[in-house]
Design a protein around this ligand. Structure first.
Ligand SMILES: Nc1ncnc2c1ncn2[C@@H]1O[C@H](COP(=O)(O)OP(=O)(O)O)[C@@H](O)[C@H]1O
Ligand SMILES: [Mg+2]
Length: 300
């Protein structure tokens, strides 16, 4: 019997097509489903309904997107991932790993707790506290980056220098402030390392025209430097957040030390694919299927 997998995604696009091809080449059936359409339903044998799987459940779940929304909506979507896992269905990345990496404050805390170098960071609710952080840091000659706690793709980042007013946040938001470690003038670069199954699968340098080097913001993708420290820190970051695979963002600070900026549990890899001969979708699917194998044996 062919394994029946679910791909959680609202916009499968290029990545979905690559995954579809990779799953097919490994003899799996794949159904793309939005987490918005999954539901808790106690009249169902498993208490959970995944469209397209009838009274059953998928053999594994590959998560390519958790749609944003209100707190209750997001909690219910994450409940579905937690419930699948509790029912013995492998979820890639695991629900907890997705939660902690979507939340930049938790990512920073876990990196720090594991001793992985990351810039000094503050996450506070009150505007007065945030202003105090800015005043203290800018008095020391530092600049800060204000990031949306649940942001991605380089959207909504602000650089805060001495004398800059902190922007008003939307109701319900918090201030996530991180020491700015890029060059003061001109543009720099950062690195993206993709770790799959405790190994570096691919890496690249990203160079943008400003200071935000996301591919989604137009950064150019270039080969990564042959620096073993990049791999060492990316693997440590992936381990600190207990991820099956991760896209790790790193940057050199002004002292030339590598720092981990962010760990992505649902990374895009279109830009990275141009820098490697490895078929990244295939590497991910292979690793995922390996993780599914012991779960199948346990359930048999
Ligand atoms: N502390 C920082 N110092 C300098 N540049 C930063 C810092 N944080 C982020 N950046 C730049 O902004 C980009 C996006 O930040 P990141 O934390 O990865 O958020 P996102 O989830 O939006 O990708 C980084 O890849 C890097 O180029
Ligand atoms: Mg990033």
């Amino acid at each position: 019997m062919k394994q029946r997998m679910v791909l959680f995604s609202d916009e499968p696009g290029w990545h979905g097509a690559r995954l579809r091809r990779a799953f097919a080449s490994h003899g799996c059936l794949l159904r793309t489903v939005s987490l918005r359409d999954c539901r808790v339903d106690l009249s169902h044998p498993a208490g959970l309904r995944i469209p397209g799987f009838g009274d059953g459940l998928p053999d594994g779940a590959f998560v390519r997107g958790v749609p944003g929304g209100g707190l209750e909506q997001v909690v219910l979507r994450l409940d579905v991932l937690h419930a699948l896992q509790a029912l013995g269905v492998p979820v890639y990345n695991r629900a907890r790993a997705i939660e902690v990496s979507v939340d930049k404050a938790m990512t920073s805390l876990l990196l720090h707790a594991a001793g992985v170098p990351t810039p000094p960071t503050w996450a506070v609710e009150s505007a007065a506290q945030a202003r105090r952080v800015v005043l203290r840091q800018t008095a020391r000659g530092e600049e800060l980056v204000l990031k949306p706690l649940f942001g991605s793709q380089g959207v909504g980042l602000r650089r805060i220098a001495a004398g800059d007013a902190l922007p008003e946040l939307d109701a319900g938001s918090v201030y996530y402030l991180q020491r700015y470690i890029g060059p003061r003038q001109g543009s720099g670069q950062d690195y993206r390392v993709l770790v799959v199954g405790a190994r570096v699968c691919a890496a690249m340098t990203r160079r943008g025209s400003g200071w935000v080097h996301n591919v989604a913001q137009g950064a150019r993708c270039l080969p990564a430097p042959p620096d073993p420290r990049l791999a060492e820190l990316a693997l440590a970051a992936c381990q600190a957040l207990d991820m099956d695979y991760a896209g790790v963002d790193l940057m050199h600070d002004p002292q030339g030390r590598l720092q981990v900026l962010e760990v992505n549990s649902i990374p895009a890899w279109k830009g990275l694919q141009g820098q490697t001969d490895v078929d990244i979708a295939d590497a991910l699917v292979r690793d995922f299927l390996q993780r599914c194998a012991p779960a199948r044996r346990r359930l048999a």
